[in-house]
Design a protein around this ligand. Structure first.
Ligand SMILES: Nc1ncnc2c1ncn2[C@@H]1O[C@H](COP(=O)(O)OP(=O)(O)OP(=O)(O)O)[C@@H](O)[C@H]1O
Ligand SMILES: [Mg+2]
Length: 300
């Protein structure tokens, strides 16, 4: 009888966990996401395995790293005893410090409200002490400094067996520094996917009208398969006539859209002075050249 009651308790617990969990919003018009999510899931590899603990997702700003991370999180959340999706680690730690990140982590995983840690070393020992037996899924989104990974997940054994830690970042080097070997490089959308995402945002439907096709193809070329650019430009052109599209596109070519520009500029701002100079040299002397060509030229 006691055994049966235990089974019932466990089943009720599992079912209520699933029912009570609200999935994260992924994106308004998902395009091309399924195969990417599957590839990340194969890196995450849910099979209990000491070898796989951490997975990285990297790529430039606006490419869809956080979107993929949210979709993966929703798909695998039911396999864990504790869940934590830490959005915007870069912005949050810049604004409130590392300690605040640790407090959110503990708050979500041990359900203790208004936890005040005092200092980040104390945070580490509480995380270790309270979570080392818990099978957790932790997503640290938009990491830009090693110290963020160190404060939240310096060692995998801070968390229980079966844990998975997924980090998204623009800086692949950080992942390597933290010993993360399983890395997913996000690719740009191909032309067909880009057209679809643009159409959803600009016309609220899957396919572009024939009369808008030429100008749309120019916009796709200009956006280089970057979902953020397609979304921002598409929404900007929504409900406008074709002449306004042409006018707006001419303007974008002269003055880049501010929202997209700010996201991409962030990557430039984090470069060292010497790297900034190199970037500007490349941008001026090799403007419009193919990346492969430049790589070959510079390898001499
Ligand atoms: N596959 C996709 N389908 C539809 N929309 C997408 C897709 N990928 C990304 N987006 C949209 O593009 C925008 C940028 O995506 P996201 O925020 O995930 O980029 P990111 O790589 O995390 O950027 P950052 O480095 O600035 O954090 C979001 O508004 C998102 O909804
Ligand atoms: Mg992001």
């Amino acid at each position: 009888m006691a055994k049966e009651q235990e089974y019932i308790r466990r089943i009720t617990c599992e079912v209520s966990k699933k029912i009570n969990r609200t999935p994260l919003h992924v994106t308004n018009y998902p395009v091309g996401l399924v195969p990417w999510v599957q590839q990340v899931m194969s890196l995450v590899d849910l099979w209990p395995n000491e070898e796989v603990n951490m997975v990285g997702i990297c790529g430039i700003g606006g490419l869809g790293k956080s979107t993929i991370a949210r979709a993966v999180y929703n798909s695998i959340a039911d396999h864990f005893d504790g869940l934590c999706f830490l959005s915007n680690a870069r912005e949050t730690s810049n604004k409130h410090g590392l300690l605040y990140l640790q407090e959110i982590l503990l708050c979500k995983l041990v359900m203790e409200k208004d936890l005040k840690l005092g200092d980040s070393d104390k945070g580490i020992s509480i995380i270790e002490h309270r979570l080392h037996q818990k099978k957790i899924l932790l997503v640290i989104d938009d990491v830009d400094k090693l110290e963020q990974l160190e404060a939240l997940a310096r060692r995998c054994d801070w968390f229980g067996f079966g844990r998975r830690i997924i980090s998204t970042t623009r800086n692949k080097h950080l992942l390597a520094c933290h010993g993360i070997k399983r890395i997913y490089d996000v690719m740009e959308l191909n032309d067909e996917e880009a057209l679809q995402l643009f159409s959803w945002n600009a016309l609220k439907k899957e396919n572009i009208d024939f009369s808008y096709l030429d100008i749309s193809n120019n916009i796709i070329l200009y956006s280089c398969g970057l979902p953020l650019a397609l979304e921002v430009i598409g929404s900007d052109l929504c409900d406008k006539m074709i002449d306004e599209w042409k006018y707006a596109f001419d303007k974008y070519r002269r003055i880049p859209n501010k929202q997209v520009f700010e996201v991409l500029k962030l990557s430039f701002d984090t470069l060292e002075d010497r790297e900034k100079e190199m970037f500007l040299d490349l941008a001026c002397f090799f403007k419009g050249e193919k990346l492969d060509v430049i790589k070959t030229l510079l390898s001499f």
